[in-house]
Design a protein around this ligand. Structure first.
Ligand code: BG6
Length: 492
């Protein structure tokens, strides 16, 4: 058994798991809830794209509509998390449960009551909720009426929603994140879910459109992202007024890139990529100002930055976040050579790294990259707590005749990453917690599948819409329980 005596996770380290509303709740039109962006996207597979539809098509399959029915089963699910010893449970509030149209004058009491009950269950089982206000979804009405975050009105509406949640849950929730993986809006793929930015022509299209073929307008996309930064800063200010104990974080999809070769062209291309995708959003939210390098990106890409007003800049500097949180699944390489093999990834792919293995979905597996990434973040933003709020292994699980799932591959992945986090703490990184992604099987964001599973808990729900939603423990369940009980010392 591996026991590490000389290097330890700090006392009170926040171990737990993370999910998102539209990937687990289901009940997509229950108790007053209305459509959100995530409800307009059909299921796909590794080889067939998810489709956006501007109207709900009766016979199409939208995984968020039923998901794993967490909405009706959360008590048992949270009890299972409690059995594993979770100290923290990251979940998102579904904006459309609270403000079904996004611009309603009064919140929906049934939606508010649902999350009251979820947080009460967390407390009962000794977990701190860590709440994301917008995890890849905004009310559909805001898309059609205001063009999502492209409109400044959506800033006000988000702040109304955020403030309603802060007030209501001020004695139940201490940790908040404003927008999940806000930085994905720096690439075309990020326009739909978080920003709700869809071009009129696509809205009028009656046939399904593959997500990758939605039209992109970079000028509008960066304007919308800017509005999100301002909305987030305003929410941070409100949060601190309502409860000075609140800790609000940014949430960055962190894909560390390595130059594919020492060719300075690869190295420079890698730096550019890194600045745009990884650094830019974090710099704005942690340091409270736009970094100088982004203006050269704007210039190169004909983006007029006049949307950044002086008043906005003031707000950004007043609404800095209290912690840096991020997701980490993989690393990728950057190569200027078009002949180099490319592989996929979480939201975006990159050049193949010959030193790393790939998961079944073609994602590089790079535990040491996590240590490297943690050190880079700590160097860039000294004196701010850091948390890994997503990390996990999406794989294919086989259920044995006796119902067991022997997911040693998942244990291996997690063990290796946790070991590297421990080393990063030894390096001096102020890491305060870790929430494994998808502690219970949920719908995949990238492909919309249930076939790709992350959980310690197996859910009997399949892509053909069959299954009875029953929950059962995989081998990794007892393993993670032991990891938490030993505060990360026992990783065997
Ligand atoms: C993150 C998202 O980027 O990746 C999650 O925040 C998502 O919502 C996770 O589920 C894993 O990606 P996928 O495509 O395997 O679900």
């Amino acid at each position: 058994m591996e026991k590490v005596e000389d290097s330890q996770f700090p006392e009170g380290f926040l171990w737990g798991g993370a999910v998102a509303a539209n990937q687990c709740e289901g009940a997509y039109l229950t108790d007053g809830k209305k459509l959100s962006t995530a409800d307009m996207v059909t299921g796909g597979t590794k080889d067939t794209p998810r489709m956006f539809t501007s109207k709900i098509i009766e016979e199409a399959y939208y995984p968020s509509h039923e998901a794993i029915d967490f909405y009706h089963r959360y008590k048992k699910d949270i009890a299972l998390f409690g059995e594993m010893g979770f100290k923290v449970f990251r979940l998102s509030i579904n904006w459309t449960r609270i403000f079904p149209n996004g611009d309603d004058l009064e919140p929906n009491e049934k939606g508010l009551a649902f999350y009251d009950s979820v947080f009460d269950e967390c407390k009962k089982h000794g977990m701190e909720p860590l709440v994301t206000l917008s995890h890849y979804e905004i009310p559909w009405n805001l898309v059609t009426k205001y063009k999502g975050f492209h409109s400044r009105e959506t800033i006000e509406l988000f702040v109304r929603y955020a403030t309603t949640c802060f007030e209501r849950y001020k004695d139940k929730v201490n940790y908040w994140l404003t927008f999940n993986e806000i930085n994905v809006a720096t690439i075309a793929e990020g326009a739909l879910n978080g920003l709700g930015l869809i071009q009129q022509e696509d809205l009028e299209h009656t046939d399904p459109i593959p997500l990758s073929q939605l039209q992109d307008n970079p000028q509008e996309r960066f304007e919308a992202l800017h509005n999100q930064f301002v909305a987030s800063a305003l929410a941070v200010k409100e949060a601190h007024k309502i409860n000075p104990k609140f800790r609000v974080g940014c949430m960055i999809n962190r894909i560390t890139w390595y130059p594919h070769t020492p060719n300075p062209k690869d190295v420079l291309a890698c730096q550019k990529h890194d600045r745009l995708f990884n650094q830019f959003a974090g710099d704005v939210m942690v340091r409270g100002e736009y970094p100088s390098y982004i203006y050269s990106y704007f210039k190169e890409n004909n983006i007029d930055p006049s949307f950044i007003t002086e008043k906005d800049q003031q707000l950004l500097s007043e609404g800095k976040v209290d912690m840096y949180t991020f997701s980490y699944y993989l690393t990728n390489c950057v190569s200027v050579d078009p002949a180099v093999e490319r592989v996929g990834g979480n939201i975006t792919g990159g050049a193949r790294n010959p030193y790393l293995k790939l998961s079944e979905w073609g994602w590089h597996i790079d535990p040491e990259g996590l240590r490297y990434t943690l050190n880079m973040i700590a160097d860039r933003y000294p004196n701010i707590p850091i948390m890994v709020v997503e990390n996990g292994y999406g794989g294919i699980d086989h259920v044995e005749e006796d119902g067991a799932v022997h997911d040693s591959y998942r244990i291996d992945y997690l063990r290796d990453h946790i070991r590297e986090m421990r080393k990063a703490i030894d390096d001096g990184v102020p890491l305060i917690g870790y929430t494994e992604w998808g502690p219970i099987d949920i719908v995949s964001v990238g492909t919309g599948e249930m076939y790709k599973r992350y959980g310690f808990i197996y859910v009997d729900r399949h892509d053909n819409r069959l299954g009875n939603y029953s929950r059962s423990k995989k081998d990794s369940f007892e393993w993670y329980k032991k990891v938490i009980a030993s505060n990360g010392a026992d990783l065997d």
